[in-house]
Design a protein around this ligand. Sequence first.
Ligand SMILES: NC(=O)c1ccc[n+]([C@@H]2O[C@H](COP(=O)([O-])OP(=O)(O)OC[C@H]3O[C@@H](n4cnc5c(N)ncnc54)[C@H](O)[C@@H]3O)[C@@H](O)[C@H]2O)c1
Length: 341
Amino acid sequence: MKVLVTGGAGYIGSHTALELLHAGHEVVVIDNLCNSSLESLKRVELLTNKTITFYQVDIRDGDEISNVLAQHPDINATIHFAALKAVGESTQIPLKYYQNNVYGTLTLLEALQKAKITNFVFSSSATVYGEEAPVPYVETLKTGIPSSAYGKSKLMIEQILSDLVKSDPSFKVACLRYFNPIGAHESGMIGEDPNGIPNNLMPFVAQVAVGKRDKLSIFGNDYPTNDGTCERDYLHVVDLAHGHVKALEWLEKQSNGICEAFNLGTGNPLSVLEIVNEFSKVTNVNIPYEYAPQREGDLPAFWANADKAKVELNWTADKSLEDMMKDTWHWQSSNPQGYGK
Ligand SMILES: NC(=O)c1ccc[n+]([C@@H]2O[C@H](COP(=O)([O-])OP(=O)(O)OC[C@H]3O[C@@H](n4cnc5c(N)ncnc54)[C@H](O)[C@@H]3O)[C@@H](O)[C@H]2O)c1
């Protein structure tokens, strides 16, 4: 297959590009590089000894997307990662998030529809279940109201995709609802390289470990959880990348007019303290931390029921917590400044 990967230079996109190449597929990436570096894809090429066709294109530019598609009439499917993803920032500048994520996706879909490229995998998020959903989250639950503009943009796109499929049954769509991807490729050559202060736990821990930051702030130790810190379903980014390859294979086998959501997680909640302790144990690096007030909008605990992905996609998250810690540290210690962007 030849696969268009939007946002392919980013964290999850670069790991997925690598797994696609390993699985024998061809990869065409479009990315505006607003939160990534082309270095990630150069390293994927080194790791696989294969080439990636790259275009620096913004998904809000329909003409540019159509130009790329015209040069590759043999593209069979799209994996759509490109988005802004900082939850906190999205509450401060919601219009930018809706413009980039929602308008960008609409523009992309129009170009794909014109080019008749109708197999589509979307990077969704567990946040679409909203704040009231019972745990573990299962796909049969109704979606809720996400607290942030970021989360709402993901939910809106799921709804847009569902309407699109009803109106144009040539489309086949898988919405992959990720839980908390962490880790890096075992080579230590590609990994997560956030701009500025990391929003997520794992890159923060890794940057403290490498001496880039003094200490970790743990937001809240008075949640109704075993140790009082938030619990999440952390999965290895390479497992998540495999999930995309499985979703593409699944789409190939479906009849037209399908739009299905899948949770991608391990099904096991882990607390912030468990992660910090495991990281120290695996790497022998102590992580100084302090408790800070709870962050608005953070839920105490959520995790996936990942049975549907197991049964229908033949996918499970197999890598261990130790792998997640070891690989994070391998990446961060070999690349203290990330890609140096
Ligand atoms: N990382 C997570 O914890 C997580 C969890 C759930 C869902 N997701 C979703 O997964 C996807 C990938 O996330 P990631 O962690 O790899 O983020 P990332 O920021 O590393 O990757 C996103 C990529 O999209 C590109 N991009 C953004 N806006 C663009 C635009 N208008 N045109 C072209 N390219 C654009 C960025 O430059 C970047 O390379 C996103 O859609 C994100 O919302 C991520």
